[in-house]
Design a protein around this ligand. Structure first.
Ligand SMILES: NC(=O)c1ccc[n+]([C@@H]2O[C@H](COP(=O)([O-])OP(=O)(O)OC[C@H]3O[C@@H](n4cnc5c(N)ncnc54)[C@H](O)[C@@H]3O)[C@@H](O)[C@H]2O)c1
Length: 378
């Protein structure tokens, strides 16, 4: 299979993961990149051996059939729309759009043109999350009844070089980190029927402590502490706590599912690896073996020195192959649209004061086949 030539729009912090991932892949190759800031595109192009183009020139390149949108959340809808209008498939970083209505319009536009939309996160395709799903589907905990998801830190202004977007529409712990957790919950439990939540802003301004903008202030436009409940179509309900106002906590289990016959202790859906655990009615926890699944071996050292499995962009590889094979891709626009609606509903219900019934549904993505690398998609 020849490589699918892709373009990247948005050459900031996360783009290295995509350039490096593409360089490792036998199925995709970055032909060109672009950015509002031409210097950013030139720097990445030089580093990774791609062409640096303007956005219109990249979109006019007939060799490029799939474009990756790595801009900031508030620009996602407009840039993805430009990509679709240029008759190209789009794979976007999360969230699909800063507002659900814009995400819905995007999916509709792509559908009308017969183009594909894919969207991060693809971490649910990681070995640990796939093994969790396999255990759940095999009945390891009986029928899922409840669960808890916990997203807690003190935000991104201590490490990201340009963290303003984290506190604008499309950011905050719910829209920025929520996609990882809710996508994995959808992977495990299926779609959500309704959501309810309470939302508040801790500090109305944030002071950047990372370089090069150290000392600058950010006005916070989005809730930074949200507690809510999701009711799934399956009947299960899951409590979700998402906060960037937390200096310290002891809720070390990021995702747990409680079933009629046992418990699944999941792992951080922001990464691909680590070992989930399950127990039955006797309460004796055992490790879920993830070794037969791809994308589980630790390959990235984090700022705190720990190693994690991070294969970000395998969703894009799956999509590129799926287009050729005319099958559904797993990190789909439809699932991302549903997740965006769920996340927006959690916040909206805080002001409307009641449950928000969701208008969208999506299928659970097909499981990733067993294997050791991206060739499982081919
Ligand atoms: N940084 C991370 O660790 C991380 C991890 C996972 C996902 N993401 C997601 O990736 C996306 C990008 O994040 P980032 O950290 O790389 O941000 P960033 O601010 O570092 O980079 C964004 C880049 O997009 C460019 N840009 C903005 N609007 C544009 C437009 N209209 N046209 C062309 N270029 C435009 C900016 O000039 C900038 O270079 C966000 O959606 C974020 O949620 C980031």
């Amino acid at each position: 299979m020849s490589k699918t030539l892709i373009g990247i729009i948005g050459c900031g912090n996360i783009s290295d993961a995509y350039f490096k991932g593409a360089a490792r892949s036998s199925f995709v190759q970055v032909k060109a990149c672009a950015d509002l800031n031409p210097e950013a595109a030139k720097a990445k192009a030089a580093l990774y051996g791609a062409m640096s183009l303007s956005v219109p020139a990249l979109l006019a390149d007939p060799d490029i059939s799939l474009v990756v949108n790595l801009t900031v959340p508030l620009a996602h809808a407009a840039v993805s729309r430009q990509i679709i209008d240029a008759e190209k498939h789009v794979y976007s970083e999360k969230p699909l759009a800063a507002r659900f209505a814009d995400a819905a319009a995007l999916i509709e536009r792509a559908r009308a043109k017969g183009l594909r939309v894919g969207c991060a996160p693809d971490t649910f395709m990681g070995a640990s999350h796939q093994a969790s799903r396999r255990a759940l589907d095999a009945g390891a905990i009986g029928q899922a009844v409840g669960g808890a998801a916990v997203i807690m830190s003190h935000g991104a202004e201590s490490w990201h070089p340009n963290p303003e977007f984290f506190y604008k529409q499309g950011g905050g712990p719910v829209l920025d980190m929520g996609p990882y957790y809710v996508t994995q919950l959808v992977n495990l439990l299926g779609p959500v029927r309704r959501a309810v939540g309470l939302a508040t802003i801790g500090n109305p301004t944030r002071t950047i402590t990372s370089e090069p903008l150290k000392g600058s202030q950010i006005k916070v436009d989005v809730p930074t502490t949200v507690n809510g409940v999701l009711e799934f179509v399956s009947g299960a309900n899951v409590a979700l706590s998402a906060s960037w106002d937390v200096w310290k906590h002891n809720r070390m289990s990021p995702l747990e599912i409680y079933g009629t016959e046992g418990t699944l202790l999941g792992v951080d859906p922001n990464f691909f690896g680590n070992t989930p655990r399950v127990c039955g009615p006797d309460g004796a926890l055992r490790d879920v073996d993830i070794a037969a699944h791809p994308f589980g071996i630790a390959n990235r050292e984090l700022r705190n020195g720990t190693m994690q499995a991070d294969y970000r962009m395998v969703g894009l590889v799956d999509m590129a192959i799926a287009i050729r094979q005319q099958r559904a891709h797993r990190a789909s626009g439809e699932m991302a649209l549903h997740v965006t609606e769920v996340l927006e509903a959690l916040i909206a219900s805080s002001t409307t004061g009641g449950f928000v019934n969701l208008t969208t549904r999506c299928e659970r993505p097909a499981p990733v086949p067993l294997g050791s690398d991206e060739s499982v998609f081919a």
